[in-house]
Design a protein around this ligand. Structure first.
Ligand SMILES: C[S@@+](CC[C@H](N)C(=O)[O-])C[C@H]1O[C@@H](n2cnc3c(N)ncnc32)[C@H](O)[C@@H]1O
Length: 276
């Protein structure tokens, strides 16, 4: 088997980030509509906060902050001060228009360049809510995240959904099989195991968590109809075609709705208090 290259080629990183920014620049209205209907990213941010026992009044760096939904959740419930960074200017602008707290600041920037962005500020937490799996260079962003943490601070993230059926079967694979189409080769740029290896590399021991929801096909249809999310299932197709396909794909799982579940995985690592 071929070994994974140690460094990520610069042109790959540039291409991924350009696509990510384009996709999310096109997504912000659908994203907001989805959130208004389901309050999902807000809830997931609070699930993560609860799992990692996030402390009130903390200072948080929110990487891949989008329109600041997680930042608002952490500020509303935990009175956190949050600096958010995101590649997509449209997502950030949409978020800035809604922020009602002086404790939240959102900026456009690259999550692989956190040290420059932090400009010497130290954070209690660096969080990635539904963002890390789109990063082409997970080692780089997590190393930068660690450099921005105070000793004892934490890095934590939530991940791309897994659709699980009885006997731990992968229902997305089942759906593609029923659709008679191949699964996309890469649903995510960085998978959960790879992200975990990288987090272990910067923090030592890490802890895994997950949050389960019923397999709500209507919710999933709305989720995967966000332009950026639909691209993970049907890359290369135009948006209208992707959305149509998403609906047909999920319809194939109608008989699994009662037994299947959606699993959101999460992980956390802590920066050692005393450097080795
Ligand atoms: C699914 S959204 C999640 C947004 C936000 N965390 C929330 O909870 O609403 C993923 C975000 O990650 C951002 N992103 C992806 N790669 C990034 C990078 N290298 N630097 C900064 N942001 C990035 C995207 O632009 C997008 O807004």
């Amino acid at each position: 088997m071929q070994k994974r290259p140690k460094t990520v080629p610069a042109d790959f990183k540039v291409r991924v980030k350009r696509n990510v920014a384009d996709n999310f620049n096109r997504s912000y209205l659908k994203y907001e509509a989805f959130e208004q209907r389901h309050r999902f990213f807000y809830t997931l941010a609070l699930e993560l906060a609860e799992h990692i026992q996030l402390q009130p009044n903390s200072v948080v760096l929110d990487v891949g902050c989008g329109s600041g939904i997680s930042a608002r959740a952490l500020n509303d419930k935990y009175a956190c001060r949050v600096l958010g960074v995101d590649l997509s200017a449209k997502m950030v602008a949409a978020g800035q228009a809604r922020i009602g707290s002086p404790d939240i600041r959102l900026v456009v920037g690259d999550g692989e360049r956190l040290v420059d962005l932090a400009a010497g500020q130290q954070f209690d937490y660096v969080l990635y809510n539904m963002a890390l799996f789109i990063f082409p260079d997970v080692d780089r962003t997590l190393q930068e995240a660690r450099a921005c943490l105070r000793p004892g601070g934490k890095i934590a993230y939530t991940f791309y959904p897994e659709l699980i059926g009885s006997g731990s079967s992968d229902l997305l694979a089942v759906a593609f099989e029923r659709l008679d189409e191949p699964m996309p080769r890469f649903k995510v740029v960085t998978d959960y195991d790879r992200a975990g290896q990288s987090l272990e590399g910067v923090c030592g021991n890490i802890t895994h968590y997950w949050w389960e929801q019923p397999l709500d096909l209507e919710f999933l249809n709305d989720f995967f109809s966000i332009p950026a999310q639909s691209a993970s299932l049907f890359p290369g197709l135009d948006y209208e075609d992707r959305v149509e396909k998403v609906s047909v794909l999920l319809d194939t799982l109608a008989d699994k709705a009662d037994t299947g579940k959606i699993v959101w995985r999460m992980a956390e690592g802590t920066k050692a208090k005393i450097e080795p």
